[in-house]
Design a protein around this ligand. Structure first.
Ligand code: ZN
Length: 132
């Protein structure tokens, strides 16, 4: 695992679109059923839109019906970071990019087998690339 990426908020603002900045740096959430990937069945690797870190494989993506792209596991556990999130009066676990700390979404314990986890991720935080 290579070094972590650290940038100032000003730098992130310059590099990301306003939507990407809102989700990745301000921990925003895109409206459900609006994202580019919630319905995507295209094979490939979902990377962090902010730094290119490989996050999720399309083979672990499944139809959750929530309106956000949902995965049952990350490509590697160390590629994402999780943290307890008690904002908005809910107990949730936040998922962040392990490399640049971008907010990606949340993970819930109601996913399918084999992990039983549902990584509920904003499309805006992802970039789908073909497998090499
Ligand atoms: Zn990242």
């Amino acid at each position: 695992m290579s070094k972590k990426i650290e940038k100032t908020e000003e730098e992130w603002k310059k590099e990301l679109t306003p939507e990407q900045y809102y989700v990745c740096r301000n921990k925003g959430t895109e409206p459900p059923f609006t994202g580019q990937y919630y319905n995507s069945k295209q094979p490939g690797i979902f990377k962090c839109v902010a730094c290119g870190n490989e996050l999720f494989d399309s083979t672990t993506k499944y139809e959750s019906g929530t309106g956000w792209p949902s995965f049952y596991q990350p490509i590697a556990q160390e590629n994402v970071e999780t943290e307890d999130d008690h904002t908005h009066g809910m107990r949730r676990t936040e998922v962040m990019c392990g490399k640049c700390g971008a907010h990606l979404g949340h993970v819930f314990p109601d996913g399918p087998r084999p992990t039983g986890l549902r990584y509920c991720i904003n499309s805006v935080a992802l970039k789908l690339e073909d497998k090499k």
